[in-house]
Design a protein around this ligand. Structure first.
Ligand SMILES: [Zn+2]
Length: 229
């Protein structure tokens, strides 16, 4: 299998984080049909590693010409090991959906525990530089569909049940759902639904990088080389 390092990828800066880290993406060679986004929550670095390994297991010419890739939309959160960004804001509750709310959201350290910890949604919708940069990128590139990688809820969430979402569910055995099971005001998916933008959330199961890499890198490689629907 051909391999190369991420350092050789032609990554483009689309913004800066709270702490000044560059927000980077790998733009498509042609018009962006699909944008894949990992590392939105800083405590889900397995999504960044898995997506990076998928890209680095391809030759540049193998990458589909119409797919853009963001390895890590929340670099400060990954560096700090926090779900939110450096302001303590959950970027996936900071999008300007009609139901964005200023009240803190809640999160759990472990999906199977009841303890709910408060996490900020920002002083206003789209208040965070990471959210603003991603929104601007979505505006300028206008992808037809967005695939976001999360964990550890082990499902594929797409209210439209789009062909790509069905394919991921088939390949992984994960359930295809139309909602995550609880309210998510200000989430990227809610924002996208208001715009009739296809938004697929692939929630990885609660596994470590090692097994996720083995099972999901080949699937992600199929997606980024255009071999999936
Ligand atoms: Zn997440």
């Amino acid at each position: 299998m051909a391999r190369r390092t991420a350092i050789n990828l032609d990554l483009i800066e689309y913004g800066r984080s709270v702490h000044g880290a560059p927000l980077l993406w790998l733009p498509p060679r042609e018009r962006c049909d699909l944008l894949i986004v990992a590392g939105i929550h800083g405590e889900e670095p397995e999504t960044t590693v898995t997506l990076s390994r998928a890209v680095r297991s391809c030759e540049a010419t193998e990458l589909a010409p119409d797919i853009g890739i963001i390895f890590c939309a929340n670099p400060d959160g990954v560096a700090l090991g926090t779900r939110g960004n450096a302001n303590g804001v959950d970027l996936n509750r900071n999008f300007p959906a009609a139901n964005w709310q200023s009240d803190p959201s809640s999160c759990r350290w472990h999906a199977d525990e009841e303890e709910a910890l408060p996490i900020g949604t920002g002083p206003a919708a789209a208040s965070e530089p990471e959210s603003q940069a991603l929104l601007a990128l979505l505006e300028t590139t206008a992808p037809a569909q967005v695939l976001t990688l999360h964990g550890p809820l082990a499902c594929v969430d797409d209210p439209e049940h789009s062909p790509l979402a069905r394919w991921i569910a088939d390949q992984t055995g994960l359930p295809l759902v139309g909602e995550i099971g609880y309210e998510t005001p200000g989430s990227m998916g809610t924002w996208a639904a208001e715009r009739e933008l296809t938004w697929i959330t692939w929630e990885f199961p609660p596994h470590g990088i090692e097994p996720l890499s083995k099972s999901y890198v080949p699937l992600l490689k199929s997606i980024i080389t255009g071999a999936s629907p």
